[in-house]
Design a protein around this ligand. Structure first.
Ligand SMILES: Nc1nc2c(ncn2[C@@H]2O[C@H](COP(=O)(O)OP(=O)(O)OP(=O)(O)O)[C@@H](O)[C@H]2O)c(=O)[nH]1
Ligand SMILES: [Mg+2]
Length: 302
């Protein structure tokens, strides 16, 4: 599996170089003393880990250092890595047992929703699932065309829509069609919307309700796609989406072009949402199940 770690390592180059590299460089042959704890604390805060999380990392490490009788900062490296890994959830492949399993994808404009849907379609198809795409973005003129191009490329069917038609109606038709055609997974694309736009947030609530009307219990999953390059900003946006629809996971897109990969820790801390998948490139195969070990390795490797 060396390849997977290589892929993460390469994708996290910016995050590693800009923020976490300084933490990696901290570990050396020097003695652990009060100054080194202060320095480590400052570095963790600079990496946007937040005061509380930083304090708990430092306290836990201090205790282990005492118990294990460690003396050099070099020996702290493994401890800090373990602490960071433990801050994150390790997701399993989401439950796709409902027939069909309906997945709604939401997020602000340009976060990576449509591309992530194409990647998920390819992934689930490779797992042997029959996948149907639903073009629920009826807002942006070219949105349905964009999804249609992906549907051809990945070779999965699509229920498409006309610009300005009702996204609830295409969602309803899509799910009913999936039931009739015995599809396994339905991926619903939605229009990008700013979390501050009241009408559009009401609209996505409606899409959510309509899904349940078409198939009680749907959507089985609602995932927000967060753009890793937007950092802290994205968290406020996600909170608004969380209030509108019952999100149960996040996809962290564009990790490969971001220096702010550390936001993964804040997603867990501030939103308590598991990161299910990460986008590590623009290609259809560049979506990986989030791997907390590969992630922490990738940001901290020396
Ligand atoms: N490098 C990189 N680029 C990505 C990734 N995911 C998406 N992109 C790019 O981000 C841009 C926007 O992606 P879309 O999938 O169209 O985003 P969207 O959220 O559907 O956008 P709207 O529908 O306009 O709200 C495209 O140029 C994608 O190629 C990723 O994981 N890595
Ligand atoms: Mg889109």
């Amino acid at each position: 599996m060396a390849n997977i770690f290589d892929k993460w390592h390469e994708s996290l180059t910016k995050t590693r170089n800009v923020t976490f590299g300084r933490i990696a460089n901290f570990f050396g042959t020097t003695e652990i003393n009060d100054d080194s704890w202060d320095e480590l604390e400052a570095l963790l805060i600079q990496a946007d880990l937040g005061m509380e999380t930083t304090s708990s990392i430092i306290e836990n490490c201090m205790e282990k250092v005492r118990k294990q009788g460690l003396t050099r900062t070099e020996q702290l490296y493994k401890l800090v890595k373990e602490e960071l890994i433990n801050l994150l959830d390790q997701p399993e492949e989401p439950d796709l047992s409902a027939e069909p399993t309906v997945i709604m994808i939401a997020g602000v404009n340009g976060s990576g929703k449509t591309t992530s849907i194409a990647k998920l379609a390819a992934r689930y198809k490779n797992m042997g699932k029959k996948v149907l795409l639903v073009a629920g973005d009826t807002f942006r003129a070219a949105a349905a065309d964009q999804l249609e191009i992906w549907s051809k490329r990945v070779d999965v069917p699509i229920i498409t829509s006309n610009p300005n038609s009702d996204p609830g109606a295409v969602t309803y038709d899509g799910i009913k069609s999936a039931i009739a055609r015995r599809m396994d997974v339905v991926l619903i694309d939605t229009a990008g919307r700013l979390h501050t736009r009241y009408n559009l947030m009401e609209e996505i609530k409606k899409v959510y309700r309509v899904a349940d009307k078409a198939l009680p219990g749907a959507p089985h999953h609602s995932w927000i796609v967060l753009d890793a390059t937007t950092g802290q900003n994205a968290l406020q946006q996600a909170k608004a989406f969380q209030q509108a629809v019952d999100l149960n996971g996040a996809i962290l897109a564009k990790l490969d072009s971001s220096a702010k990969g550390g936001m993964a820790f804040a997603i867990k801390r501030q939103l308590n949402l598991p990161i299910l998948y990460a986008g590590l490139g623009e290609g259809v195969d560049d979506l990986q199940l989030f791997d907390r070990n590969a992630f922490v390795d990738g940001i901290l490797e020396r």
